[in-house]
Design a binder for this molecule. Structure first.
Ligand code: XMP
Length: 516
């Protein structure tokens, strides 16, 4: 992947660093985040076409604050310093940074002072809205630099040395609160660094296919666990494009899948993509192990262990299996290489989470450069059906964490049937794509009802629907009453074992999305 132009982002620990990468990629330019202390040798190796120095929580005038070699400014590569990156640049090149009495947090107005490439398209002297978040300020500019923008509390809110192509801004162009920030980023990329907007998912497919082929050579099979979710599906189709019939996918039917899930995965991968797909019928095995278990975490553990066993057994029986594909995404990679040190647990993809290290398979992770929504775009590029690309997340332990209490086969069937009604009706109402997750939960609570003059005594079904951006926080969805009414009527009329339907109106926090 060396032929593409890469913008190197050196991370000083800002909460916005990922957004810088996003804003650059949105301009069809590839960007990578690395910790600030990777060293000059590695920076030269990466051969960036431009460098961005991120913001960060430290004060560059404090002892031990994160720093870089001033050689960076001698590489002949355009540099954009943002917030901490701007202050550090001023300091390293001979300017003076000082603690400021007047902190600037939140919205501010930045007025470009003269027409420089960075502010092309903006009127000199006319303020535009920016987001500030800093305590220190630049007091004296380094030699050769001049002011190009000021705000009320920062006389040096933007400064530059045009001859050396070094631009520094105190505000954050990468955040949504700087509405015209993308224009500033685009000016840096295209006017100053003269980059070409050539990075696209189509070009990514070609590069990734080439990289996978180079990594796996001419022999050995790649094994890929499929869950039916977006990441593993896109991963499998990318691998299939790269190495065709040397790919074997494993899909474990654990008896905890939603209605039609197994058939759907088979239709897409076996019939549509013609992948060598092994569907392992393991429902009995899982349900036996889970028999009588009602504790949510123990359910998860049992399912995780059983999944690993089956995966090991199966991959052991695949001749010449050499590689294991994993759907690691960029946020996981950044988290693990951040200068703050690897986080305690690097998220493991739930499809293959916790596979033993002695499995003797080498890892292939072709999605490790992508953000989650880029995976969806990639999926479309690869011809993964739109329906699959847009699927709502589904937890690894499946219906086990939605069927509260004992995981009896009949209760799972009841839940499956009622959950399908929720899914069908939400789709029919045109709401599926706008909702993060919508599903049903079966409660081990019996209530009295009356149906056709008969007394009933059956279980309660809860409908759950949430809006969320990342699953970390969530709001319950204000589903139309008519829709709730329709789902309720259908569930009670059509599904045996349920005689009462309730709607969950708990947000996260304090609730969680899943009930267990
Ligand atoms: P909670 O219930 O913690 O869920 O609010 C947040 C997101 O994570 C999913 N989830 C899981 N995914 N294994 C998974 O692979 C699990 O054990 C698990 N538990 C929750 C949940 O569906 C939601 O998207």
């Amino acid at each position: 992947m060396s032929s593409r132009q890469t913008v190197l982002i050196l991370d000083f620990g800002s909460q916005y660093t990922q957004l810088i990468a996003r804003r650059i990629r949105e301009q069809s330019v590839y960007s990578e985040i690395h910790p600030y202390n990777i060293g000059m040798e590695r920076i030269r190796e990466l051969a960036p076409a431009a460098i961005v120095l991120s913001g960060g929580p430290s004060s560059c005038i404090e002892e031990g604050a994160p720093t870089i070699s001033a050689e960076i400014y001698e590489l002949g590569v355009p540099v954009l310093g943002i917030c901490y990156g701007a202050q550090l640049t001023a300091k390293l090149l001979g300017g003076k940074v000082e603690y400021s009495e007047k902190h600037e947090y939140g919205r501010a107005e930045l007025a470009p002072l003269k027409s420089v490439d960075l502010f092309e398209g903006f009127e000199a002297g006319e303020g535009f809205e920016v987001w500030m978040s800093h305590g220190d300020r630049v007091h004296t500019l380094p030699d050769g630099f001049h002011l190009v923008g000021k705000s009320q509390n920062s006389p040096a809110a933007a400064f530059a040395c045009e001859r050396r192509q070094i631009y520094c801004v105190q505000f954050h162009p990468e955040v949504a609160h700087t509405p015209r920030g993308s224009e500033v980023v685009a000016n840096f990329l295209f006017r100053i660094a003269k980059l070409e907007p050539t990075w696209s998912m189509a070009s990514f497919v070609d590069e990734a296919v080439g990289t996978v082929r180079a990594q796996v050579g001419d022999e050995g099979r790649i094994i890929c666990g499929l869950s039916g979710g977006v990441d593993s599906s896109v991963l499998a189709s990318l691998l299939h494009k790269a190495i065709g019939d040397r790919l074997t996918c494993i899909f474990v039917d654990n008896g905890l899948l939603r209605a039609g899930e197994r058939e759907y995965v088979e239709a897409v991968f076996r019939d549509h993509f013609h992948v060598d797909l092994r569907v392992i019928d393991a429902a009995d095995r899982f349900l036996e192990k889970l028999h009588g278990e009602t504790d949510p975490e123990r359910k998860r553990k049992i399912i995780g262990v059983e999944f690993i066993r089956i995966f090991e057994e199966e991959s052991g029986s695949i001749e010449n299996a050499k590689w294991l594909a994993q759907g690691t995404l960029y946020p996981d990679v950044i988290e693990s290489v951040s200068f703050k040190g690897p986080s305690a647990v690097i998220k493991s993809h739930h499809n293959v989470g916790g596979l033993p290290e002695d499995m003797d398979l080498e890892l292939v992770e072709p999605l490790r450069e992508l953000f989650k929504d880029e995976v969806r775009i990639l999926g479309r590029e690869l011809g993964v059906p739109e329906e699959m690309v847009k699927r709502q997340p589904f937890p690894g332990p499946g219906l086990a964490v939605r069927c509260l209490g004992d995981l009896h086969r009949t209760r799972l069937d009841t839940l499956r049937e009622a959950d399908k009604i929720v899914d069908d009706e939400i789709r029919a109402a045109g709401l599926y794509d706008d909702i993060w997750q919508s599903f049903g939960v079966l409660l081990p609570v019996k209530t009295v009802g009356v149906m056709g003059d008969q007394r009933t005594y059956a279980e309660v079904f809860a409908i759950r629907a949430v809006h969320s951006v990342d699953g970390m926080t969530a709001d319950w969805v204000h589903l139309p009453y008519e829709l709730l009414s329709k789902i309720s009527t259908r569930v009670i009329n059509e599904v045996r074992g349920i005689n009462r339907v309730v709607y969950d109106i708990t947000s996260k926090p304090p609730g969680t999305i899943e009930w267990e």
